[in-house]
Design a protein around this ligand. Structure first.
Ligand SMILES: Nc1ncnc2c1ncn2[C@@H]1O[C@H](COP(=O)(O)OP(=O)(O)OP(=O)(O)O)[C@@H](O)[C@H]1O
Ligand SMILES: [Mg+2]
Length: 290
């Protein structure tokens, strides 16, 4: 059953969508069957991967018009799918206002597809709105991106209060997956001071990897590609891969191993590897020495 992580911070422009898109893409590259849910009417997570929302979106799902499976679209990359949104999603807030248990619409709908994935990431809008409450009710954990800038911690207290309230009422098992420092400019003292301040505040909850400020990360969406495809060697690609590995390790999951060397059958009918088992011999030599 998929682990559901909501990427959230009500502050705008802190790197939620960049994180949701690239983390989803790298988790899928590391072998996890991943679904990215675009829960923001801005639709940036969808468009960043070249997905056009069309007629079947999260909006129709929340309104109860279609099942969740009907809004899922495959991407060009294996193991990565998107549940898309566009500006119509903004209407859901108003239209659901009198509906009972409206905070559980996403949770109830997503249950039908949860078994089909290993990881589900939800990109939240920059508000503590009904949409965000739906994400927090449906999620197992929250990933909080914090931008390395002067007012970094502004609003984080109200976010933590909201998470606390959700835990007491809507979702008792909700935990913090981690706090992610984003857009670090390591050349400035300010950036490093913010890292220090956030680490003192959140201690072990802060991911060990920090996302650097990188022009390549801001360019990738206009090419409709995640960073590890757009520029695999860029600092952003390396950092988001490290984040994906950190999350897999925190959740006791293993990354996809590199394909083992192809086995071929020798004339005698014995199995042999392409390299004639040289690797094995080397390993045993090493262990002999030890
Ligand atoms: N590490 C980074 N380096 C450089 N630019 C970045 C980085 N992360 C994000 N950006 C850019 O900063 C802007 C805001 O990022 P993003 O859209 O991910 O934030 P957000 O929190 O999702 O915003 P919103 O609150 O509007 O949804 C975008 O133009 C994005 O390309
Ligand atoms: Mg966003």
């Amino acid at each position: 059953m998929a682990k559901i992580i909501a990427v959230t911070n009500q502050k705008g422009g802190v790197g939620k969508t960049t994180t949701a898109v690239n983390l989803s893409a790298l988790l899928s590259e590391l072998g996890q069957k991943t679904l990215l849910v675009d829960l923001d009417p801005q639709g940036n997570a969808s468009s960043g991967l070249g997905i056009t929302a069309g007629e079947s979106t999260i909006y129709e799902v929340l309104m109860g018009a279609i099942p969740f499976s009907a809004c899922i679209q495959a991407t060009r990359w294996p193991r990565l799918s998107v549940a898309a949104s566009d500006i119509r999603l903004a209407g859901a807030e108003l239209e659901l206002v009198d509906v009972e248990r409206r905070e559980y619409r996403l949770k109830n709908a997503i249950a039908a597809v949860r078994d089909s994935y290993d990881m589900i990431l939800i990109d939240c809008p920059p508000s503590l709105s009904l949409l965000t409450l739906n994400a927090l009710s449906a999620a197992d954990s929250v990933l909080i991106p914090i931008q390395c800038e002067y007012y970094a911690l502004e609003g984080v207290t109200s976010l933590m209060n909201t998470i606390g309230r959700v835990r007491r009422s809507l979702n008792t098992s909700l935990v913090v997956e981690g706090v992610l420092l984003t857009m670090l400019d390591g050349r400035t003292n300010l950036g490093l001071q913010v890292v220090d301040q956030v680490k003192r505040h959140f201690k072990k909850q802060v991911f060990s990897v920090t996302i650097p400020r990188s022009v390549r990360l801001s360019e990738a969406p206009s090419h409709s590609e995640p960073i590890h495809i757009y520029d695999p060697k860029s600092t952003g690609a390396v950092a988001y891969r490290q984040l994906a590995l950190e999350i897999l390790s925190r959740n006791d999951r293993k990354p996809l191993e590199e394909e083992p060397p192809e086995e071929k059958v020798t004339r005698k009918g014995e199995k042999a590897t392409k390299n004639g088992g040289k690797k094995k011999k080397k390993a045993s030599k090493k262990s002999d020495k030890a």
